[in-house]
Write a protein that binds this ligand. Structure first.
Ligand SMILES: *Cc1c(COP(=O)(O)O)cnc(C)c1O
Length: 433
């Protein structure tokens, strides 16, 4: 166990104990509570670039990046400037706004499958809406999702949903009626044969397949060669839709998302996180003939009071503008490779069995020999070891996602020095474990 704790968190502890009386578990979203890793969460005071400061004024190098949006670095000056200018014109219109056109054009230009887009306020909302659209377009009710993939907290998706759900050991959630999930079929990730079987057993009944094209919600898992292509063929052959949930991977593993990186084009795509630049935004889009079924162009209802609001659009536009600058994805790739190669080497030097990897600015490491190709493999990770690693890193100034079942994120603000400092912390922690 790491003993070096110069970390003083008195104010965090006070605030968090008070929070527990005010909000369930003291948080607004479960994983933040550190339940799976143990110990008290730190309470943030401010963020900038690659860093977080907590309320006790401890500084950390951050690899969560507010769960993805902070890919340019927290509180990027260009984003803040654009936001403060937009603020002068008001915070919400509830009416058409030119900024929606700009962000829509950027998204349509970037993401191969998207010919038309609808903005919403979160990834959850985008996935809920896309499911309704899949069903409306095909006239079928059943969908296939993969074990350990997370598509937000809507009832229909809370089956083997990875991430927060996995972390808390809830295989499912009370309050979700059987009727809501009875049309949700699941298969292990990277298992094309299982998907084939589901199509064969449910002829003409499956609306489509939804997946994270690179998984970040059961830890970091990449698609095997041929998996995405195989799903594309299977869905086509069965007149079903293929949906990439790129809420996490969109604009992270390439400007055009996983579909651009792997050259497989789905029918529909969901987005979130980065396209809001740290404000609440989600989106779904895809083929024009499908998207034109959405109200008011078509009969499929979906609406939102704050959807497309000028502040969220502004943060998204500015974030994508920064990402579009030359060299950004090369930089993200180099930073992340240096980090994960270093972590894996140090873990093995210090006698720990690990596996891991990265794609662009997304990475992960498991405490098991691997390979990790699906959620069952991910669960073989030594969680007790991960928890000690997490705590040790926190005490040494590095903020990692408080769960083994979450991917890590780097940003344009992470410097070589940040990576070196992170690796030095990892060496200290792992050699004491
Ligand atoms: C985060 C996430 C969601 C949910 O997005 P929220 O904005 O948290 O509702 C959905 N799908 C994936 C792949 C995600 O990573």
């Amino acid at each position: 166990m790491v003993t070096t704790t110069s970390l003083k968190t008195t104010k965090s502890e006070e605030i968090f104990s008070a929070a527990r009386n005010l909000m369930p578990g003291g948080v607004s979203s479960p994983v933040r509570a550190f339940k799976s890793v143990g110990g008290q969460p730190i309470v943030f005071d401010r963020v900038k670039g690659a860093y977080i400061w907590d309320v006790d004024d401890n500084q950390y190098i951050d690899y969560v990046g507010t769960w993805g949006p902070a890919i340019c670095g927290h509180a990027h000056p260009d984003v803040l400037k654009a936001l403060s200018e937009a603020l002068e014109k008001g915070t919400s219109f509830g009416a058409p706004c030119y900024l929606e056109n700009i962000l829509a054009e950027m998204v349509i230009d970037a993401v191969p499958s998207i010919e038309m887009v609808r903005f919403v306020n979160s990834g959850t909302e985008a996935c809920m809406a896309v499911l309704r659209l899949m069903r409306a377009y095909t006239g079928r009710d059943k969908i296939i999702k993969f074990e350990g993939c997370y598509h937000g907290h809507a009832d229909m998706f809370l089956v083997k949903a990875g991430s927060g759900v996995a972390t808390l050991g809830l295989p499912d959630s009370p309050g979700v009626p059987k009727s809501a999930t009875s049309a949700t079929l699941t298969a292990p990730y990277n298992d094309l044969e299982a998907v084939k079987r589901l199509f064969a057993e449910n002829p003409g009944e499956i609306a489509g397949v939804i997946l994270e094209p690179v998984v970040g919600n059961s830890g970091f898992i990449v698609p095997d060669a041929g998996f995405l292509e195989g799903l594309r063929e299977l869905t086509k052959a069965n007149d079903a839709l293929l949906v990439f949930d790129e809420v996490m991977t969109g604009f992270r593993i390439a400007y055009g998302g996983a579909q651009a990186k792997f050259g497989v084009t789905p029918d529909l795509t969901t987005l979130g996180k980065i396209i809001g630049g740290g404000l609440p935004v989600g989106a779904y889009g895809g083929r024009r003939d499908i998207m034109e079924m959405i109200a008011p162009a078509g009969p499929v209802y979906q609406a939102g009071t704050l959807s497309g609001n000028p502040l969220a659009m502004t943060a998204g536009i500015k974030t994508l503008e920064i990402l579009k600058r030359p060299g950004t994805y090369d930089q993200l790739e180099q930073t992340t490779q240096r980090l994960i190669d270093g972590l894996l080497a140090i873990a093995s030097d210090t006698g720990h069995t690990v596996c891991g990897g990265h794609v662009s600015a997304m990475f992960g490491m498991f405490f098991t020999a691997g390979p990790v190709q699906n959620y069952d493999d991910a669960k073989k990770s030594d969680l007790e070891k991960f928890n000690r690693f997490h705590r040790g890193m926190l005490e040494n100034g590095v903020y990692l996602a408080p769960s083994q079942f979450e991917a890590g994120f780097t940003s344009l603000a992470h410097t070589d020095e940040d990576i070196e400092n992170t690796l030095a912390a990892a060496r200290t922690v792992l050699s004491n474990m």
